[in-house]
Write a protein that binds this ligand. Structure first.
Ligand code: IMP
Length: 190
């Protein structure tokens, strides 16, 4: 592991996300601090637009270089649903509801997308990470959010069952790796 050289604030209300972000960025020598703040989420069909607006409102609050993240679970057999409505769907029907919608369906393919948006008052950058996988037949133990029902390609088990190994596969890791590469490039230029 390299020593931490850059510092960035991660703004979210989700402590679980922050734990993952902190550990992924630390591996790349970037120290993340947590701003636990509620951010206004605009209504839009585009994860990109939501992430961009969230980054601007986070910067207005913390006044420091900041990253925010927006995710979506896209289930093939449901035409990409819940997608940008993942948060609402989780709060309303939850994992049990998603499994119910898939009852009797052979096609369990799905993907998880992460959009990380960085803003420092001038520069706004987006980084995307995507992982293919499938929706499990049952709700497994552990994890958070959709972790108990999403199994990434290459693992026979869900994110929840992967526990500490989740970061080896996750959409979040892929997006943050791109961010870290860009951040370190910028830093070496200055
Ligand atoms: P958000 O809009 O980024 O908060 O994410 C949308 C929904 O996806 C929320 O219900 C989150 O709990 C869920 N979610 C985001 N990332 C993950 C993950 O890595 N595992 C499981 N669920 C997630």
């Amino acid at each position: 592991m390299q020593p931490a050289t850059a510092i960035v604030t991660f703004a979210s209300t989700n402590q679980n996300k922050f734990r993952e972000v902190e550990s992924i960025l630390a591996m790349r020598g970037i120290q993340a601090s947590f701003a636990k703040i509620e951010l206004v989420e605009i209504q839009s069909d585009s994860l990109e637009e939501i992430a961009r607006e969230k980054a601007k409102s986070a910067y207005a609050r913390v006044q420091k270089p900041v990253i925010v993240e927006d995710d979506g679970l896209f289930v093939d057999a449901l035409g990409g649903f819940p997608g940008q409505y993942s948060s609402y769907v989780f709060k309303t029907i939850g994992n049990a509801g998603v499994l119910k919608l898939l009852e009797g369906k052979q096609d369990r393919l799905a993907s998880f997308r992460s959009l990380v948006a960085f803003f420092d008052g001038n520069n706004l950058q987006l980084f995307e990470g995507k992982v293919q996988g499938r929706i499990s037949e049952k709700i497994t133990e552990g994890g958070w959010g959709y972790d108990p029902i999403f199994a990434p390609e290459g693992a026979d088990v869900t994110f929840a069952e992967l526990a500490d190994k989740k970061n080896d596969y996750s959409h979040r890791k892929k997006a943050l790796e791109k961010f870290a590469e860009w951040q370190l490039l910028i830093q070496n230029r200055t």
